[in-house]
Design a protein around this ligand. Structure first.
Ligand SMILES: Cc1cc2nc3c(=O)[nH]c(=O)nc-3n(C[C@H](O)[C@H](O)[C@H](O)COP(=O)(O)OP(=O)(O)OC[C@H]3O[C@@H](n4cnc5c(N)ncnc54)[C@H](O)[C@@H]3O)c2cc1C
Length: 430
């Protein structure tokens, strides 16, 4: 018997789990989530810093954050599992007039969209929050007290456990190897269809864009030239028949899209984090602090401090090894902004690296694939997939079940924007 599901979700990270939760909430429970790893959270979700903030520059990111932070504030009651949301705030520190102008415009936009609690802070206010900070070159900044942190693993598990309690299935150790696109067999006239063999012949002659199905007996492998329809996925546990596939494969999303012949501009970019050993020379509680002069930022993590910095020399690729030379670079930025951090001990073996899933305009891609009915993207969060997971799951579920969402104007995030030149530009990427 062929396994079937109304919706198949590829990837069980925080995004796939949120989509599963939101589908189940809206009554769609015949959902199967496929995860190639033996455990959830082995992708970017388990590597994340867990930061959540509404202090963005574009309206769509601010809207997604507002929905998501409100959601995190009641997550434990609503989802029935803890998110460990800590409203410790984000503190942006400006060191030149451009930074100040940028924060001012952002703050006005945030305020207009209902994020009304972003406050201006003076260097004196900043020193009160973190007395150890060097502020001689700081002109001021902004602080939002409802920004803060969640535990990404707990959020992911909470979403998935709740979805499973409603009937959603999760298959671990199951890699998706292909997506079958059968076109409108029987609906389109025969002339509008091509057999796989014909397409292969054209491809070999360099005359056709790659558009390939996988799996299924050869006789079934007939695809529409354009305007196909998803009919199933091939996995290491066999074929699963479905009419809706959600790509929630994080940094690996482009290769999953390719299985259906779709283009998805998502690139992996390594990101490294360095925890210190227990360190008591900074307050027990303080916000995420961002030094806008270098992009260096840090927060408390248990007894130690978690240090982060986006190395501009990093190049795209599936690199998940931690580069030990990074320690010296980040400690230089740390000691420059917080002189006492020069005394912090770091064990490079406790540091780690993971992947951001970058798009050309640093915004997510959410919505249907243009030429393949039934294929949906929830990808390319460019480092914001944890904080935006509630909104993205809700938007994806709305689009799948109703064809629209009232949470945001969804065509802003469609993949077509790259071909149509409608790029968004988020400059507040950490
Ligand atoms: C160091 C670091 C710090 C970060 N800090 C923050 C932060 O502070 N705040 C924030 O919001 N975001 C942060 N991010 C980004 C955030 O972690 C990601 O945006 C988010 O986790 C993406 O979730 P996801 O579910 O889309 O992807 P993932 O968690 O990567 O999940 C994708 C899953 O798909 C599975 N998969 C892939 N291909 C297949 C296949 N063929 N078959 C079956 N399964 C497949 C993978 O195994 C994986 O489990 C950070 C990321 C890193 C690396």
């Amino acid at each position: 018997m062929t396994e079937t599901a109304d919706v198949v979700i590829i990837g069980s990270g925080i995004v796939g789990s949120s989509v599963a939760y939101h589908l189940a909430q809206q009554g769609c429970t015949n959902v199967l989530v496929l995860e190639r790893e033996a455990h959830q959270g082995k992708g970017s979700t388990g590597k994340s810093m867990g930061g959540v903030r509404a202090q963005f520059s574009t309206p769509v990111n601010i809207q997604m954050s507002k929905y998501s932070i409100d959601f995190f504030s009641t997550f434990d009651e609503v989802v029935g599992h803890p998110a460990d949301y800590r409203a410790h705030g984000y503190l942006f520190c400006a060191t030149n007039d451009n930074h100040l102008a940028y924060l001012k415009v952002n703050r006005e936009r945030q305020n207009a969209l209902g994020v009304t609690n972003v406050d201006w802070v003076s260097p004196e206010d900043i020193v009160k929050i973190v007395p150890q900070l060097r502020v001689d070159d700081i002109l001021g900044g902004t602080f939002c007290p409802t920004d803060g942190f969640v535990d990404p693993h707990s959020v992911m598990m909470g979403f998935m456990l709740n979805a499973r309690e409603r009937g959603v299935r999760l298959w671990l150790d199951t890699r998706v190897t292909g997506i079958e696109v059968n076109g409108y067999a029987g609906i389109l006239p025969a002339t509008a269809r091509r057999s796989l063999a014909e397409i292969n012949k054209l491809e070999l002659a360099g005359k056709a864009e790659p558009f390939r199905t996988s799996g299924g007996p050869a006789a079934e492998r007939e695809v529409a030239d354009r305007g196909g329809r998803v009919s199933g996925v091939m996995t290491t546990r066999g074929f699963i028949s479905t009419r809706v596939v959600v790509n929630a494969a994080g940094a690996w999303a482009a290769e999953v899209a390719k299985m259906a012949g779709a283009e998805l501009p998502v690139e992996p970019l390594r990101r490294q984090l360095v925890p210190t050993e227990p360190f008591d020379q900074l307050p027990k509680r303080y916000p995420m602090v961002i030094d806008m002069s270098t992009g260096f930022h840090f927060r408390r993590e248990g007894k130690g401090i978690l240090l982060a910095w986006n190395d501009p020399k990093e190049t795209p690729g599936f690199k998940t090894d931690f580069d030990e030379t990074f320690v010296e670079k980040i400690l230089t930025h740390a000691a420059s902004r917080v002189p006492v951090l020069a005394e912090a001990e770091v064990n490079p073996r406790r540091a780690w690296a993971g992947l951001y899933e970058m798009t050309p305009d640093h915004h997510a891609i959410i919505g249907p694939a243009p030429d393949i009915n039934g294929l949906y993207f929830v990808n390319g969060f460019s480092g914001h997939g944890v904080m935006h997971s509630p909104a993205s799951g809700r938007i994806a579920a709305d689009l799948i079940l109703q064809g629209h969402s009232d949470l945001i104007q969804t065509n802003q995030l469609s993949v077509e924007r790259f071909k149509e030149g409608r790029l968004l530009e988020e400059t507040a990427v950490l």
